[in-house]
Structures are given as C-alpha cells and as structure tokens.
Design a protein around this ligand. Structure first.
Ligand code: G6P
Length: 612
C-alpha cells in the first residue's frame, strides 16, 4: 500500500531510488514519482508503473545524492500525474512522500486555504506538506521540528519522508501505523517501506516505532525521538534476508516462482521445529504460551484475504485436534463490532506482511480487552509481530507476487504444528496418532513436489476454460477453505468472477448458475466426506456443468464423472489443503497468463494493505 524509498549519502540517489521502487512495486503501482535535490528540487512523477517513470525522466536532470521516491496505491484522489507523490509545499522548497491516510486532512486543508494555501492535488499528503511549511514559516523552525509539530496535529496513519531544499543534507522520517525501516550505511542512510530496497547496500537497520521520527543528517549519527519530543536510543538490527529471494530466478513471474518454491518454503517453515526422531513438534516462539493455549476457553483467528482462509483451515484443525472452540474473524469486521473478548481468549493473528491495517487494529483492540495475542507472520520485524505477545514466523521467504501462494501453505503448516503441539500438551490426542500426524506433515514438502508435476495437465485445462465468465469452486470440510482460496486466486489475477462454496451448500443457491458453460472445480480427495462430494458432482453433472475435479491418486469413481481430473497424492485428511491448493494456484496462474493479465501485479490490488 504505497512504497517509500529515500536515500542520503555520497552516491547518486536516482539509481538506488528506482531500483528500490521496483522492489516495492508490489505495494502499489498506479503512479510513481521521484524528487531529488541538486541545488534545485527536481521532481518527476506520472501515472502508471515504475518503468513509465523511468521513460519519463529520460534526458532530464536526475543527478543528486539526496532524494525520495514513491509508488502509489491510490486512496485520496484518482491515480493521475498530479495526485502522484512526491508532493511539494506551496513555496516548492519542501517535498514529501507518504504511505497511509491523514484522516483529518479536510479541516486542516480548510484552515490552510483560509491562510492562502492553494492545493494542486486531491490528496491528503499535499495537505500535510503545506501544514509543515506553514508551521516552518510561522514559527521559524528547522525542518525536523516543523515536521514534529505538524505530526502532533495529524490524526491517522502515516509513514513519511520529508526533504527540504534549504537543508539538503537531511532526511526526516516518521511513522505511525504504516511501516518504515532505516538502513545505516557507511556515511549514508536509506529509508524504505520494507527492507527489500535496502538489503543489497547494508544489513544494519532500525525499524521505526509508531509516533517515532528519525532525523538523518549527512556525517552524523541517526537521531530518533518521539513526536512528543522525547529522545530515543536506536535499536540496531541485522537483516538476514537472502538477496536471491528478491529476484525471479529464471521464472517468468514471481507468482510462478513462488508456487514452485512451496516444497522448500514449507520445509523452511518446519525447519528446526519438527524432531523426526522423537516425533515432536516444537514452536520455540510460543513455548511460554503453551499453557495459556491449553487452558484457553476460546481461540480467535483474525486475518484478512488469503490469511483468513488459512485461519479457516486452522479452525478445522484446532477443533479436531485440541477440542478448543475456534472462531475465525475478518479483522475488518471484528474491530468494529464490539466483540466479546475475555482474558481467557487467545487471539491468533495471521498475516503474511505483518502490516495489514485491519489486522493490526483488531490486535490492539483485543489486547486492550486482556486477551493473549499470538501472531503468525512471514515478514520478520514487521508491525504485527512487534504488537503481539509472542508468535511464530512462517519463514516462507519474501513473497513478491501480489496474489499470495507460498505464504498460505506456510501459514497452514504453522497452524498444523500449533494444533498438534497444543493437542499433545492437552492430552486431546493419543501419542500414536500424534506421531503419525507429525510424520505425515514431515512428508508434505515431497508431496507438494509431486503435486507440482500436474502443471502441464492444469495448463491444458486452463486453455480449455480461459474464456469462461464464471467459475464455481466447491469443497467440504478441510477443503471448503481451499475452495474459497482457489476462487480468490482466480478473481485476483484473471478477473474472472469466481465463487467458493461448501459443496453441500451449492443446492441452496449457486446451483441456479450451473449450465453447460459453467466450470465447477471440485476438491474431492478420497477422504472425509468423499461419498457426499460424489453426490454433489452428480448434481452438477445433471445440470450439464463442467467438472474439474481434484482427486486422490488412483481415484476411479470421480474420474468417470468428471470432465477433467487433477491427481494429488493421498495424504491425511487434515493435510489435504497443503496439496490441494497447489493445482488451484496453477490454474489461476495459467488462465490469467492466457488472458494477458499482469499476473504479479493485478489491477487495483496491493500486497500490503496498510490502510483501512
Ligand atoms: C491483500 C493481499 C492479499 C492478502 C491480504 C492480507 O489483500 O492482496 O493477498 O491475503 O492483503 O494480507 P496479509 O499480509 O495480512 O496476509
């Protein structure tokens, strides 16, 4: 949700800024811009993706060693050249990039207009930079102090970087709600929304806290303070990210690479956490909270999007294995519906990015009400892990394709491990069944590898149905969330309308949609409610629907009825989502590609949703 990059040092800023924007493009890509100070403030911005900006600046003056850059996901105002960031103050001496929403920008704007300010854009961000200028001019403050005073008048979320033509040796950064990380190089500073634009230059970083600001001045040490003017000591951390993980590594798209990475990403999720010799699962991050979980009266899973689907799989897993009641909530609904939360509740927040604004807000609310909060996140050092009492990282590696794939299977893997760990501690599972499941889980990466071999079959099915206007995805039990996730993937990247449904619920509505043109994807492994799913398939066939069935290897019954089958290995019922999801990811990938869609950066979406 908007990507921010800034540089101050001896090098030329532009190449660093542009490369950084490419790395952050997953956060938003409807317009982008850059401002570099070199005597004057040179600012270039335009609608469209970062490569459009690169063409736009060709032949223009882009030299200078201090600059800021931004890639936008529009909130206030259309994506166009004028609303793109950076924005400048009225006198043109200050520039800002911003991620977040200034909620009280309306009254602030009115006030500034009365004082003669003229605004060019429709954005909240432009109001903020005019406010900073207004304070600077009226109170005769330096740029850092003007930013600090202005932020005290702001309601909302922000990650900002401000530069001033008159103090061209300084970057001023601040954050509340939206993430910001500062890289400390040798006599140089980098700032970005996440560490990916920084890691190739320095591994020494500081993550800004909420309502904290950084004053970065050439030749000096980093200065941190709260916006209420209390000085803070920086806490330096070392990045461990692998640079190769940020490249496509020979694949045509990040999404395809990430789908094919799943044998190794799931293995990474389990690494050091499963002792195969004694069959024990150990999640170090939550060991201290084991008893709290065992005694929990209720577990609440809170998440958005694909992570919410992982939470739904978690509900089936936790209730079956631990016998603790589970509720799965959309964070955006939960935070606004005055839910009943007690100190005996454990909240598990699930988020790939660790930055989703609704999930973060829901956590803060549940925390206030006394619940214990655990996190399942992928991005190390992100906001949610810092806001929770404890948690487990998924360690799936950076996920860059906007549509989530490997993050989902890693989240489900962690949830499986958590449920097993609690069940064992609670005694709600026999030792032999526990060990059987641990061994089965350990085999999953190999079985994902095998499942990936269906790629060609899936591609052929994609070619047959790429022009369909609707898709229905059906599954029961553990595979109902898989159906939801399959439908979401297709919607996100191919723009085909798709719905996921519990298979038996089809007859209460969606069956009306079925005709000869309607492809119905059914997850029908030889486990659980197999016979019931077979009846659901017959119901579709009776109405001439086209069946694409995901079946267990060797299945014959469904094969006879289905138009197409995709075979997955036979695994424990509760582990089926980890393999059955794979062909559905591939199906949406191929369909999107055949329809000429931008697979990695689908329209209107952003990977990290840091606004409500
Ligand atoms: C956005 C992304 C989805 C993601 C959701 C939740 O909508 O496009 O892919 O599932 O946010 O994100 P999180 O980072 O909290 O898992």
């Amino acid at each position: 949700m908007c990507g921010i990059v800034a540089y101050l040092g001896e090098k030329q800023a532009y190449p660093i800024l542009i490369k950084g924007l490419h790395r952050l493009e997953y956060r938003g890509y409807d317009s982008s811009g850059v401002a570099i100070i070199n005597g004057s403030m040179n600012l270039y911005k335009c609608k469209g993706k970062v490569n459009k900006l690169e063409n736009f600046v060709k032949g223009k003056n882009i030299s200078g060693s201090i600059g800021i850059a931004h890639t936008r996901w529009a909130t206030h105002g259309q994506p166009n050249d004028i609303n793109a960031h950076p924005h400048t103050s009225q006198n043109g001496k200050l520039s800002i990039i911003h991620n977040g929403i200034i909620e009280n920008y309306g009254p602030l704007k009115e006030e500034l207009e009365k004082r003669g300010h003229i605004f060019l854009s429709e954005t909240d961000t432009e109001v903020l930079i005019h406010l900073i200028e207004d304070i600077q001019e009226n109170e005769k403050l330096d740029i850092a102090e003007s930013v600090r005073v202005a932020l005290n008048q702001v309601i909302g979320a922000y990650a900002i970087v401000v530069i001033s033509k008159e103090e061209d040796n300084k970057l001023i950064a601040a954050k509340k709600g939206s993430p910001l990380v500062i890289g400390i190089g040798d006599g140089e500073f980098y700032i970005a929304s996440d560490a990916t634009p920084i890691v190739e230059y320095t591994r020494k970083v500081v993550y800004l806290e909420d309502e904290e600001m950084a004053i970065l001045e050439k030749g000096k040490d980093i200065v941190l303070k709260s916006i209420s003017n209390i000085s803070h000591t920086p806490y330096f951390q070392q990045l461990t990210m692998n640079l190769d993980a940020l490249e496509k590594g020979g694949y045509e798209h990040f999404m395809l690479k990430e789908i094919f990475e799943q044998p190794s990403s799931v293995r990474e999720t389990m690494r050091g956490r499963i002792n195969i010799h004694d069959g024990i699962v150990k999640l170090g991050g939550i060991t201290d909270y084991k008893q709290k979980l065992v005694k929990a009266k209720r577990i609440l899973m809170i998440a958005c999007g694909t992570s919410w689907h992982a939470g739904l799989v978690g509900e089936y897993l936790f209730e079956e294995l631990t016998r603790i009641p589970v509720e799965v909530e959309y964070a955006s609904e939960f935070r606004y519906r005055n839910p009943v939360i007690t100190e005996d509740d454990v909240v598990i927040a699930i988020s790939q990015s660790g930055e989703t604004a609704d999930t973060l807000a829901a956590i803060k609310m549940a925390k206030k009400k006394g619940a214990t909060i655990l996190g399942i996140c992928n991005v190390v050092g992100s906001s949610i892990p810092r806001e929770t009492d404890a948690g487990s990282y998924t360690h799936a590696g950076p996920e860059i394709g906007v549509a989530s794939t490997k993050a989902f299977t890693s989240q489900v893997t962690i949830l499986t491990m958590m449920a097993l760990m609690i069940a064992r501690e609670k005694g709600s599972i026999t030792t032999s069944r526990y060990q059987q499941l641990v061994l089965a889980l350990e085999q999953i990466p190999k079985q994902i590898e095998e499942t990936l071999k269906t790629n060609d079959i899936v591609e052929a099915i994609a070619a047959r149905y790429k022009d369909s206007r609707n898709f229905l995805y059906l599954g029961r039990g553990y595979n109902f969330p898989v159906a939801l996730e399959g439908a979401l993937k297709l919607k996100e990247i191919s723009y085909i309308h798709a719905e996921g449904y519990p298979a038996a619920e089809m007859k209460h509505g969606p069956i009306a949609l079925i005709d000869k043109d309607m492809p119905v994807v059914i997850i029908a492994p030889r486990k659980g409610n197999y016979e019931k799913v077979v009846s659901n398939i017959q119901e579709v066939k009776a109405r001439s629907g086209k069946i694409i069935a995901v079946v267990s290897k060797g299945d014959t019954q469904v094969r006879e009825m289905a138009d197409h089958v995709i075979e997955i290995p036979c695994v424990e019922e509760m582990l089926v989502p980890l393999v059955a999801t794979i062909p559905l990811q591939l199906l949406s990938y191929h369909i999107a590609l055949m329809r000429g869609c931008n697979v990695d950066q689908p329209r209107n979406l952003a990977k990290s949703v840091t606004v409500e």
